[in-house]
Design a protein around this ligand. Structure first.
Ligand SMILES: Cc1ncc(COP(=O)(O)O)c(C=O)c1O
Length: 442
């Protein structure tokens, strides 16, 4: 493949590899195609790479940028805050101001705990659940990602044929992680019945993305979240919704509000401060207050950082305007339906499941996805070719096919993006003498 179009990025990447492992800051970014790109700046729906291209961005900081890059309200809030101190190592009013903005969106919850990444907040939620129940095990679902900590990096991307066998995802992970986790297929009521029948009294928590966003943007089947709620309540387990992606992309009350099922704890991250690092556990007082001198340790030098929380406050204020999320949802709907039309035109079976402001391209799939298997069996090879063709046309996509949209994506941006997809499909079909996409009819 001719990658000269991104020659400066390539050179910087080689240079970067001399000091950074793989030349990247997270393994996930090493998967970028045709190779990791370097960027100079970003604004609204766009990022400018070091080779001078203005890319319409559907990576969006892997979902963190919900308002668009450098939203004026966030920039001005952060600029003002920066001169007031980096971190106090003590309390300040922004901590309760942000908490008081979020809590009314989650009426089941009365308390907030801050941390910096989704990974940390999930660990906190699990610790609280174990402390509250005095139990050790938790239920997690195949294909769900809850961060890279040992305890949860289990059965995230198994080969489809081995999806039912719990497996560690990283060398060096502590093998005993497997003894604490009960892995179930997503959207499978029978599997839940069974796991609670066999282990109910040992289950501290059910940990789930309420929409399986990490592997396919798969919504819960009707009644599924309520079923998780009922089983958790009956067995005295804690229900944790990991809303690190769905938090605010599916509504200000996340998937919790959208589907009307109240968990005991919600984990938020990514979009809370529009690109500044903060995460939260939001939950019931009786569980959360275990961290208030009742034995549960919650720590972190940077927790509640004032600059980050000022960014969060500004972000939440903009999110609270009804037009913000309706613009985001309309843009996502337009993108998804435009893509369906394009793939149909080229005779490619495809699904574009989407909820709120997050969507997924699944090539070679004739039916809406129901679980991880439907994601894992999509035609990734053709998607990768499409991604590179789109990049040549200045559309920046994630590896794996997830699409994040922001409230800054205008209808012109979506139209230009769809043109880029159309041209890319045309080139692929010509170049390959007609793309043949695998697994059609699945
Ligand atoms: C659902 C979910 N939970 C947790 C995490 C971990 O968050 P972080 O990368 O901030 O540690 C992610 C990250 O992508 C996520 O998608």
């Amino acid at each position: 493949m001719d990658t000269s179009r991104w020659a400066t990025s390539y050179t910087l990447w080689q240079r970067s590899k001399r000091s950074l492992v793989g030349g990247v800051s997270t393994s996930m970014r090493a998967a970028a195609l045709p190779h990791p790109l370097f960027f100079e700046r970003a604004s609204g729906a766009y990022q400018w790479d070091v080779d001078g291209h203005c890319l319409t961005d559907y990576v969006l900081g892997w979902g963190a940028i919900i308002l668009g890059h450098c939203h004026p309200a966030v920039v001005s809030a952060v600029t003002d805050q920066v001169a007031r101190g980096e971190t106090f190592g003590a309390q300040h009013a922004l901590e309760y101001q942000v908490a008081e903005r979020i809590l009314p969106w989650f009426p089941f919850a009365e308390r907030v705990l801050y941390s910096n990444t989704g990974t940390e907040a999930v660990q906190m939620a699990l610790r609280l659940a174990r402390a509250a129940t005095g139990r050790r095990k938790f239920v997690k679902f195949v294909g769900h990602y809850h961060g890279w900590a040992d305890s949860v990096l289990v059965s995230y991307r198994p080969p489809p044929s081995e999806a039912n066998v719990p497996r560690l995802e990283s060398l060096g992970q502590v093998p005993s992680a497997l003894s604490d986790v009960l892995v179930c297929p997503w959207n499978d009521p029978e599997a839940i019945r069974q796991v609670f029948a066999e282990h109910g009294e040992d289950i501290a928590a059910v940990l789930t993305e309420p929409v399986l966003c990490n592997s396919g943007v798969v919504p819960p089947i009707a009644g599924y979240l309520q079923m998780l709620r009922d089983f958790a309540t009956k067995s005295g387990s804690v229900l944790i919704f990991d809303e690190v992606i769905t938090g605010f992309r599916t509504g200000v009350s996340g998937a919790t509000g959208r589907y009307g099922v109240a968990p005991d704890l919600v984990v938020l991250g990514k979009a809370v401060a529009n690109g500044y690092p903060v995460s939260l556990v939001v939950g019931r007082t009786d569980i959360m207050e275990l961290a208030n001198g009742r034995g549960v340790v919650h720590a972190g030098t940077f927790n509640g950082n004032p600059i980050v929380l000022r960014a969060a406050l500004a972000t939440l204020e903009v999110l609270d305007r009804p037009e913000t999320l309706s613009t985001l949802f309309n843009a996502t709907d337009a993108l998804a339906s435009g893509l369906i039309t394009i793939f149909k035109h080229y005779g490619i079976p495809a699904q574009i499941p989407h909820v709120g402001g997050v969507a997924q391209i699944l090539l070679g799939r004739a039916n809406p996805p129901r679980d991880y298997q439907d994601f894992a069996r999509a035609d990734q090879a053709t998607y990768n070719l499409l991604l590179v063709e789109c990049l040549k046309r200045n559309v920046y996509l994630l590896p794996g096919g997830r699409l994040y949209v922001s409230a800054a994506h205008s209808s012109e941006d979506i139209t230009r993006t769809l043109d880029a997809f159309d041209q890319s499909m045309h080139v692929l079909q010509q170049g390959k003498g007609g793309i043949s996409v695998g697994h059609a009819g699945a």
